[in-house]
Design a protein around this ligand. Structure first.
Ligand code: HEC
Length: 317
């Protein structure tokens, strides 16, 4: 797996600096020669100190999600010092002033309005057992909490998966992820959550959650496709620059505005559909919506975007 190491190296920079300071500090501590001989002369101590040093060296390879998030944001702050965290919810329109004007004009009569209405109807329609979605979900705006780690299922549960879990628990067939009913439900649930800051958690008491996050992160930095690009190549290293006629957006906030009505699609579609399209652009194999890879990727990206308000559904070119 070829990882895109340039940015990861810069993400680790802070940790490496901290590590060097720690080692410097340890070396600076004065101790009498005699006790030094006593310590280093003792094979057990020698072995323990070697273990400690290798542990310290390995530390930066295990950056915590919080450290990843800080490095991720620091990078964008340097590139786009004028942006506040919440601005990233608007994707490329936070940085492309000309495109922003036509976007604002479209948003005056948003083409996703019917999707919200249809989604609301579905949400309030009874299942054949007489129960509703409200039996599974509080109707108070919940999109900000997804994706979630499920300890019982041992996997990342996106809002779309949660909707289908609700349906199957009520003996209803699961909805296909790419079809209108699912996307409309997502549009309604996203709309009821608008303005709520994303807050995705990675529970510490289940190492599988951390592993899912790490897999999502690895996928993000993995170079792939015939063009041999990673997500980071375009959305980190080239964010703000032009790719053909389009300015590339930052990945920060990429999970906040879904589902999205894209003029190019002529309809409203999901975040995973957009992931698949970016993979196709670099001539890589697109994965199906709600595949484990895409869910883990969403988990990583949502965690990076914690605190950014939900702005879905939205419109994009
Ligand atoms: C060849 C460059 C390129 C690569 C590589 C790439 N993308 Fe994109 N991506 C684009 C362009 C161009 C757009 C449309 C303009 C924009 O919003 O940046 C876009 C848009 C997006 C959007 C929609 C943003 C919004 O506000 O609606 C998401 C999400 C996204 N990309 C995720 C990814 C992910 C995840 C990967 C890695 C699997 C990836 N992209 C790889 C070029 C790329």
């Amino acid at each position: 797996m070829a990882l895109d190491n340039r940015f990861q190296a810069s993400m680790m920079h802070t940790d490496t600096t901290a590590l060097i300071h720690t080692i410097d500090f340890l070396l600076m501590i004065p101790y009498p020669k005699k006790s030094a001989k006593l310590i280093m002369g003792n094979p057990l101590w020698r072995r323990l100190s070697l273990i400690l040093i290798s542990f310290l060296i390995a530390l930066p390879l295990y950056a915590t999600p919080k450290q990843d998030q800080a490095a991720f944001r620091k990078h964008y702050q340097l590139v786009f010092p004028q942006l506040k965290l919440a601005d990233y919810a608007n994707g490329v329109y936070a940085i492309d002033e000309i495109a922003r004007q036509s976007w604002l004009a479209i948003e005056e009569f948003p083409p996703y309005e019917t999707a919200i209405e249809e989604g609301k109807k579905l949400f309030n329609t009874a299942f054949s057992n007489g129960k509703h979605y409200a039996h599974c979900f509080p109707n108070k705006g919940i999109a900000d909490e997804y994706p979630k780690w499920s300890k019982t299922q041992g996997e990342v549960i996106t809002l779309a998966i949660a909707i289908n879990n609700c349906r199957t628990s009520q003996h209803e067939p699961a909805l296909p992820y790419e079809k209108a009913d699912m996307v409309n439900l997502l549009a309604y649930l996203s709309h009821t959550s608008r303005g709520k800051p994303i807050h995705v958690t990675i529970p510490k008491n289940d190492p599988r959650a951390m592993s899912a996050y790490e897999q999502g992160k690895a996928f993000y930095y993995q170079r792939q496709g015939q063009l041999n690009f990673s997500c980071a190549t375009c959305h980190i290293q080239n964010a703000g620059k032009k790719l053909r006629s389009e300015i590339l957006s930052a990945s920060l906030g990429h999970t906040s505005n879904w589902p999205t009505y894209r003029l190019k699609w002529g309809e409203i579609g999901s975040l995973h559909r957009r992931f698949a399209e970016c993979l196709t652009q670099i001539k890589a194999e697109p994965l199906p919506e709600q595949s484990v890879e895409f869910r883990n990727l969403e988990y990583f990206l949502s965690y990076m975007g914690n605190g950014i308000p939900i702005s879905g559904p939205s419109t994009r070119k």
